[in-house]
Design a protein around this ligand. Sequence first.
Ligand SMILES: Nc1ncnc2c1ncn2[C@@H]1O[C@H](COP(=O)(O)OP(=O)(O)O)[C@@H](O)[C@H]1O
Ligand code: SF4
Ligand SMILES: [Mg+2]
Length: 339
Amino acid sequence: MPEPVLQIDDLSISFALGGADVDVVRGLSVSVEKGRTLAVVGESGSGKTITGRSIMRLLPPAASARGSIRVAGREMLTADERALRRIRGADVAMVFQDSLSALSPYLSIGAQIVQAVRLHDSSVSRRAALARAVEMLDRVGIPNPADSARRYPHEFSGGMRQRAVIAMALVNRPALLIADEPTTALDVTVQAQILALLRGLQDEYGMAMLLISHDFGVVASAADDVLVLYAGREAEYGTLRDIFERPAHPYTAGLRAATPRLDAEGERARLRAIPGVPTSLRDAGAGCAFAPRCAFAARLDGRCETELPAPTVRGARTDGLHRAACHLDRLPDLQEAAR
Ligand SMILES: Nc1ncnc2c1ncn2[C@@H]1O[C@H](COP(=O)(O)OP(=O)(O)O)[C@@H](O)[C@H]1O
Ligand code: SF4
Ligand SMILES: [Mg+2]
């Protein structure tokens, strides 16, 4: 079997805070194959962005990562700057949530894409790079691409800017795209268009994609596989169907119940939040970080508060790829929980 495009093994990320190292991500292991989309979903602060940035080796100076991250077979955590420059762009590129801060206000959109091409391969002439930029702008659905390439970011709408950022990320045809909340700042109609665009380009290029989102609705419409993060750890991992149809972790079940049904007729169903405050790994004790919010913790005689649940295999599939980190063998009905 070919090596996955992305292979993460036992990844932990910590910040040096006030003289002590504090983990914000712990023990993540996951892989993404060519042409597949892995969604990383979780509440704000659960460690999604920092995980995405660690794959690019774009961590803040106070942060450090341990474990292994292999992109197209190459170890990112020990690669030197020269190797990183080569890997970024050709093997992996990232689209950030905020398209305005991802672009320089002082350069035309075309010039920025030309820069991305030539940073990766300095043998490409400016002219050839511009031709590729215009072609890519066309490909992401920007009207009058040759003319648009001469425009500046502030002359674009939010949706068009995000398209330009996607063009910049994809111009070197990376094997892996990391998209961090790529549609969060956009209205619902544009969100759907951008997600459809990403899916289309992914199919065409055979890219692997890591789609980061706090929005289960976005995940439902775009993912093949799903990693649910809670307080920096894997809560559950499985295919989209595992996660939606047979969740095994109470947090996943709560997220699903809180997701407005996008197919609901008429009015959009109201979003219900999961009660309680998200815990960070920093505040988590020895047990399960979800215990203070979990409707089932009381049934397990204190085990949840004292013993960390390790991810264990669930369900009937034989590949063992549906995992949940919970002491319950079987998730009771949510209605049952309310009784
Ligand atoms: N520059 C930083 N310094 C200290 N802690 C940080 C920094 N950036 C992120 N963190 C911490 O790392 C955790 C994960 O953050 P992040 O990956 O941004 O979460 P998410 O993207 O899921 O909202 C949070 O607890 C956050 O407080
Ligand atoms: S281990 Fe306990 S607290 Fe954690 S999710 Fe499972 S039942 Fe709830
Ligand atoms: Mg984030």
